[in-house]
Each structure stands twice: as C-alpha cells, then as structure tokens.
Design a protein around this ligand. Structure first.
Ligand code: CO
Ligand code: CO
Ligand code: CO
Length: 346
C-alpha cells in the first residue's frame, strides 16, 4: 500500500547504509571495563553478528539488535525489511530466532496508519521466522527508525561465528550485491519500478531458508553481508579466522542495474566508510573496474549469508541452496594467511 508521505524522504540515509563504520565503533568501545564470563562464547570483542551465551550443554542464547531509517516508502515493506534484517544476525550465528522486541522512532509527519503498517510488516516477518514479538519501545523523534532486538537459540556446539574459516573452505554468498547503490539511486528517481521491486523482494527475504539448508553441511564460518559490505564483512572473517580470503570478482552475484548508478557516482556514504575500513587489507590481483569495487564495498541492507563451507560439502550445499535461492553462488575460497587478508581475483 502507499501512504501520502514518502518515508524515505524523512530519512537522511537508507537502511544499513546508516550504520556507523566498524573502525569508529572499535575506537568508541576501547578501554571499557567489562566482566569476563566463560559462558559468553561470543561477545562484542569478536565483532560478530550477535552475542552468544551458553545456558547449558544443549542451549545457548543469541542476542542481537538492528534498526535503521526507512529504506522503502511503503511502510509495510519497510517493516518487513527491517525485521528480516534484524532476524538475520541470529541466522548468521546458525541459530533460530524465538523472541523479539520492537525498536521504533516515529515522527509527527507519519500518519498512524503508516506506523501500524511498519509494525505489521515486522510482525509478519517475525511470524514467518517462527519468532514472537513480545513488546518493545517507541519514541518520537526527527527521523523514523524501526527494527528489532532479537533473542534466539542454538546448540552450543553448532554456533557459527565469523572467525572459523579454515584453509580449503569454499565461500558461498546467497544474495546479490548492489542494494545500497540501487536504493541511493532510487532516491534520485534513477531506478525503474521492476528493478526496485526485485530489490525490495530480496531485502525482505529471510536468511532462514539459506541457514536451514546450510546447517545440514559442514560450515566453518558464517556472517551476513550487511552494512559493512561484502569486503568489510569478508575482511572481518579473514582477520578473525587468521586466513586469507580469495574472492573471484567475476563470480560475485550483483544486480547489473547497479552498475550504471555506481559509475555515475551514486554511492552511499557507507561505501566510503567501508572502503576506508577495509581497503588496506584488500589486494586486487589484476585490473578491477572502479564501479565493481564500489559494488563490493556497497553496504547491503538485509543482505545474504556469506558461508565458509568445507570443500567436500561445497558442491552439494550450493546445489541444494540453488534449488530455492537461485542467486546463491560460490564466490571464492580460503587459504592460509598470506600478506593480505583479502585477495580479489579479476
Ligand atoms: Co550481521
Ligand atoms: Co550485526
Ligand atoms: Co546486524
């Protein structure tokens, strides 16, 4: 449905593009005192998708939150995308979301019906995920915000982190890139309706389906590709795992429609932050187009899973993924640590 106000016009940057850069966060948290707890097996020091706390031999709890300003004008769609994106960090840890809390900021310019539709989008996605929204917190402010704080569960021995990649692993990415560029260009009216529809459909797609398939195979590492871009999240995986990640540029799935706006300079601010954060760790073997590098540094909203799969399982895992998620692709592989954390093959 359409409302009279354009939600994205109320926002200064779109979706996960609003995320503060990883380098900035590390500095902000530097030197804080915190208790250590052997049951906290993934904490903020790991720059992972969510924290994980072991309750007993069979159960660990996963906690995460994500929220952002409108990425779409349709409030129902925005609610769905924000919820799918927040739930994703639980899937990225290999878990299943169970409980969620709404996090919301509304502005005076927003009609009640639009607020209701955002929430309905969130409830529908939580329902699809098998999770329950049990409450939340709403404030009024100058810019709309919506998202969820999510609690999920996972078996302590089945936790997937972004620091477990091993030499020999094959990398699979489950959603095409270019979301940040296309949503930025859309604000200037430069993206046609069918392309936007495709992009929105992708963003509201839960990573549940790729997670449910992936966990049947030997997965050593996983993260979802969101605000820090493919290269930013790959960089964290490479650093955390002490390996080098090789990405074959021609194999990376992306929306072809993002190429032109990228060449024209419709790059979200987050892409520059991502470049600043990870560029020093990226070696380009050969010549890569500037537009393609921008796509690789493009912040994704509700992006796909990046999986490091044991080589023996990679073909079967990809085949099963492709049955329901056709864009899923093998984009590279992992080796022992070389001079650079990331090598882009052209
Ligand atoms: Co994440
Ligand atoms: Co995260
Ligand atoms: Co997140």
């Amino acid at each position: 449905m359409e409302t009279e106000i354009k939600l994205t016009k109320l926002a200064s940057c779109a979706g996960c593009g609003a995320k503060v850069g990883a380098g900035t966060l590390v500095k902000l948290l530097d030197g804080f005192k915190s208790h250590s707890d052997p049951r906290l097996i993934v904490g903020y020091d790991k720059s992972d998708d969510a924290s994980v706390y072991v309750i007993n031999d069979d159960t660990a709890i996963i906690q995460t939150t994500d929220f952002f300003p409108p990425i779409a004008d349709d409030p129902y769609l925005y609610g769905q995308i924000a919820a799918a994106n927040a739930l994703s960090d639980v899937y990225a840890m290999g878990g299943e979301p169970k409980l969620a809390l709404n996090i919301m900021c509304i502005t005076d310019a927003m009609p009640k019906e639009a607020v209701r539709e955002i929430l309905r989008g969130g409830y529908d996605k939580a329902y699809e995920a098998g999770a329950i929204i049990t409450g939340g917190h709403t404030i009024s402010g100058s810019e709309p915000i919506y998202g969820l704080a999510v609690t999920g569960f996972v078996h302590p021995s089945k936790v997937l982190t972004n620091s477990g990649a091993r030499p020999g692993d094959v990398l699979i990415l489950t959603k095409p890139l270019g979301i940040g560029i296309l949503t930025t260009a859309a604000k200037a009216g430069l993206v046609d309706e069918p392309t936007l529809k495709k992009v929105y459909a992708q963003m509201r797609e839960l990573n549940k389906y790729s997670r449910d398939i992936a966990i049947k195979y030997e997965i050593h590492s996983c993260t979802d590709v969101t605000g820090f871009s493919l290269l930013g999240h790959s960089y964290e995986m490479a650093e955390g795992s002490g390996v080098t990640i090789h990405i074959s540029i021609p194999d990376v799935p992306y929306h072809k429609e993002a190429w032109e706006p990228a060449s024209m300079g419709f790059i979200p601010a987050g892409a520059y932050r991502n470049r600043e954060y990870a560029e020093a760790g990226v070696k380009v073997a050969g010549n890569a187009d500037r537009a393609m590098l921008d796509i690789l540094f493009d912040p994704q909203t509700s992006g796909g899973l990046l999986l490091a799969v044991a080589e023996k399982d990679a073909a079967a895992c990809l085949k099963e993924l492709k049955d329901s998620i056709p864009a899923a692709s093998i984009i590279g592989y992992v080796t022992n640590r070389l001079d650079d954390p990331i090598i882009l093959e052209t």
